[in-house]
Design a protein around this ligand. Structure first.
Ligand code: ADP
Ligand code: MG
Length: 503
């Protein structure tokens, strides 16, 4: 198997007033499990339902209600773990994390502090052809989401919507291996991509399906290498955690702001307080939310309503055999199988649906040509109109037809663009368009010769010039193409023009 990773990217260096600083970033990503029902109740998880429509007695924490684990959610977490090449723990357990909030009727969140379902794994974060960051995953645990307090619907009241209460989340915790804002955003993008391939999380950031707590610290050049050698955190700076980020752009802005804030404090002789901060999107700055809480603040203890979760290796193996081809493997295969560049392979495999479309359009055809058409014509056009591949008005089979028509010499690449335009706007089949609209390329050399003769006869002065300067033959080719409505085979025209002019 082709290994596309070569070099790690350079860490981002920020110049302070006094000296250089480097960034260290670790992320806790909360990914909503793609499941119809909640983690411990049968209530629906449908997004956009009427407030409090998806709330069972368990979610509302009515006295005496008992949680029942949703096997499908457990399978989704295992699937995600396998997709991140992580250790699966056959025995895990649920703990209560106690805190008060109006949108948390239980008064605690059920989570996995001491024994998570997934252990150490790893993710490759692509930062350009030949450059990738290897990020270690520390753990993935299953936990409940909280409800939503709505503060802006009424001037005097806060409303509570419990639809999200109890929805299953996977918290994916990375080691502090990310070294810049772009890498951190790309890491979230890579997790999203892998989970969309696996079908374990929709990754819709606007709907809050995927959110990240971003831990940021700064250190002096060389410190991070010392941490890597010893795994001793004292070589790193004190971190601050920016809560609940749900946009790649804001993640980058918040990290950049936070790093500069810490550097300013350190260079002024101050020290960083470990704390939880919020990013204010309007002001473009982070501000303190609360000082860092410790595990004992939450009085974690094993949930007495839930037995430890034991799963069987055979069940894990079954899930493993059902995994699809994952992004890194697909990308490497596209490079070798279709002979395309790593860059193009990255574009085509960015989304699982895009990759499937491409493979259908390319089947049995020139892969490079197909890649070109899918990326440059189709994706370009879809992007301009804000559509994704599922909404493409031109099917993969029809795009394949265009590639066939070019391959057979029925249409030139230029005419193909016109055919594409008609097929895109009308949904008609390209082969039929070429026939009915008379767009077939003229390869009949007799017809081309006649057209060339005509142009030569009508332009004796140009003929003289071209004989003195063969570069001017192009003018004749242009004239013949014009005379044939662009349908003449350009290669044939070129050959006949040079022949007839005796160049
Ligand atoms: P907690 O659960 O209290 O937030 P963890 O040890 O689980 O603490 O760490 C949370 C996150 O912080 C992890 O993603 C980890 O990689 C990251 N992290 C730890 N130390 C640092 C540091 N010095 N700089 C940046 N990130 C860090
Ligand atoms: Mg944390």
């Amino acid at each position: 198997m082709l290994d596309l990773t070569h070099e790690p990217p350079k860490p981002k260096v920020i110049q302070g007033a006094k000296h250089d600083w480097e960034l260290v970033i670790g992320l806790e990503v909360h990914a909503q499990v793609a499941s119809q029902a909640k983690l411990f109740s049968g209530a629906s998880t449908r997004f956009g339902a009427e407030p409090n429509a998806n709330v069972s007695f368990v979610d509302a924490a009515m006295p005496g209600m008992l949680p029942v684990i949703n096997e499908f959610c457990v399978a989704q977490a295992v699937r995600t773990g396998l997709g991140l090449k992580a250790e699966i723990n056959l025995r895990s357990a649920f703990d209560r994390k106690n805190y008060f909030y109006p949108d948390l009727p239980q008064g605690y969140q059920i989570s996995q502090l001491y024994a998570p379902i997934v252990g150490e794994g790893e993710v490759l974060v692509d930062m350009g052809p030949g450059i990738a960051r290897r990020v270690r995953i520390e753990r993935i645990h299953l936990e409940q989401d909280a409800g939503k307090s709505i503060h802006d619907m009424d001037p005097n009241n806060t409303f509570v919507d419990l639809n999200r209460t109890g929805v299953a989340l996977m918290e994916i915790v990375s080691r502090p291996d990310l070294r810049g804002p772009e890498e951190a955003a790309a890491y979230v993008g890579k997790l999203r991509q892998i989970m969309r391939y696996l079908g374990t999380c929709d990754g819709n950031m606007q709907n809050g399906n995927l959110r990240a707590d971003v831990n940021v610290s700064v250190c002096r050049p060389g410190d991070y290498e010392r941490y890597q050698e010893t795994q001793d955190f004292s070589h790193l700076g004190t971190r601050c955690e920016i809560k609940n980020m749900n946009s790649m752009r804001f993640i980058q802005q918040a990290i950049d702001y936070e790093a500069r804030r810490q550097i300013r404090i350190l260079e002024d002789g101050g020290s960083i307080e470990q704390e939880t901060r919020l990013y204010d999107v309007d002001k473009g700055e982070t501000r303190s939310m609360r000082s860092k809480e410790e595990a004992h603040d939450y009085r974690y203890f094993p949930d007495p309503d839930l037995l430890p979760l034991e799963i069987e290796q055979a069940w894990v193996n079954d899930i493993a055999t059902s995994l699809p081809e994952l992004p890194d493997e697909k990308k490497a295969r596209f490079v070798t199988e279709y002979g395309m560049t790593e860059y193009d392979a990255g574009v085509l495999t960015a989304d699982v649906d895009n990759a499937a479309y491409f493979e259908e359009a390319a089947a049995g055809r020139d892969g490079k040509l197909a890649a070109n058409w899918v990326i440059n014509e189709l994706f370009g056009r879809l992007k301009k109109e804000g559509h994704d591949i599922g909404e493409s008005p031109i099917s993969a089979a029809h795009l394949g037809q265009i590639i066939d028509l070019i391959g057979k010499g029925d249409i030139s690449g230029k005419i193909a663009k016109d055919v594409f335009e008609i097929a895109y706007t009308t949904g008609r089949a390209p082969a039929e368009i070429v026939e009915t609209e008379g767009m077939r390329q003229v390869t009949d050399t007799g017809a081309i010769e006649a057209a060339v003769d005509e142009v030569i006869a009508a332009n004796p002065a140009q003929v003289e010039k071209a004989r003195a300067n063969p570069k001017l033959a192009g003018w004749f080719v242009g004239q013949v193409m014009k005379a044939t409505g662009g349908k003449a085979n350009p290669k044939a025209v070129n050959e006949i023009v040079t022949g007839k002019l005796g160049l």
